[in-house]
Design a protein around this ligand. Structure first.
Ligand SMILES: [Ca+2]
Length: 290
């Protein structure tokens, strides 16, 4: 019995999706090729200090999406994908199980973006916001070690002079090694960021987006000391030899499920019975004692 209780306790602790949510979209990356009905390549061509290529994004045939980063002839290559025009939810619970790489000069992320980001300055609810659930880097400056940090950020009001952001970073021992589940809950009033089922950040009075947003998985290179550190002098290795990669086991999206009609009827019936019981008790109290 004790073993059963312990097992149930473990199962409860590991379950991170709140009650009331139902799965509405997912990619378990079980096939051999990226599903074009779910994903598209994001900004192919030069971006920052790399060139995004479609072939940098692949399924490994063992149930994982892989985004490789490599260097050929002095040029870094990597990739990004998004769900634009395919899956653009408003509100929900979004989670991805990811193993990040720890190479300097690059970072990888699981994030959401609004197709109308920055269109109405001063109204992030109508424009949408950029939500970085997790941006993984290992450096940010000399002596700065971010390998075990979960860094979540919300950007709004464009990327120019009006740009605003709130950010939270917290050390999570062991984050740099192995898979972890990064989750984000977006409600009409709140943002909550989780790792492995543990709440890490819930900003007060956040700029909540009330418009559809698409999901992104990305790796980028920015060969700058004060962001992700310098890239290795010789690059990341060739496509065949590089071990710099982001591996994603799954991405799942859940949204609030309306109360089933049968449950609502049952609830109304129980409420009626309770009222009737109270009335009956009240009337008996009013009856004159014998
Ligand atoms: Ca998988």
């Amino acid at each position: 019995m004790a073993a059963l209780v312990a097992a149930l306790g473990t199962a409860t602790a590991a379950r991170s999706v709140p009650a009331g949510y139902g799965l509405v979209w997912a990619d378990e990356f079980a096939g051999q090729t990226l599903d074009a009905a779910r994903w598209r390549h994001h900004q192919l061509g030069p971006r920052r200090d790399a060139v995004n290529l479609a072939e940098a994004v692949r399924l490994d045939g063992a149930g994982n999406l892989v985004i490789d980063t490599w260097t050929e002839n002095g040029v870094h290559h990597t990739g990004m994908i998004d769900t634009k025009d395919r899956f653009e939810p408003t509100y929900g619970w979004f989670e991805a199980r990811i193993e990040f790489d720890s190479s300097p000069g690059m970072w990888s992320a699981f994030w959401l973006q609004s197709p109308t980001y920055g269109s109405v300055i001063g109204d992030p609810g109508a424009s949408g916001v950029e939500i970085d659930v997790q941006e993984h880097r290992i450096e940010c400056a000399p002596g700065c070690d971010l390998a075990d940090f979960m860094t979540s950020t919300v950007h709004w009001d464009g990327y120019g002079a009006q740009h605003k952001q709130i950010s939270s970073g917290r050390a999570v021992p062991g984050l740099a090694g192995g898979f972890h589940v990064y989750a984000f809950e977006w409600t009409p009033t709140a943002y909550r960021f989780y790792i492995d089922g543990e709440l890490l950040w819930e900003p007060e009075n956040p700029p909540v987006s009330h418009v559809p947003e698409y999901l992104l998985l990305s790796s980028e290179v920015e060969d700058v000391l004060l962001w992700a550190g310098f890239a290795p002098p010789g690059g990341y290795g060739t496509r065949e030899t590089s071990t710099t990669r982001m591996v994603v086991d799954y991405v799942r999206a859940y949204q609030a499920v309306p109360e089933p009609a049968s449950a609502a009827l049952l609830g109304a019936g129980l409420a009626w019975l309770a009222r009737r019981g109270r009335l009956a008790r009240r009337s008996s109290l009013c009856e004159p004692s014998a």
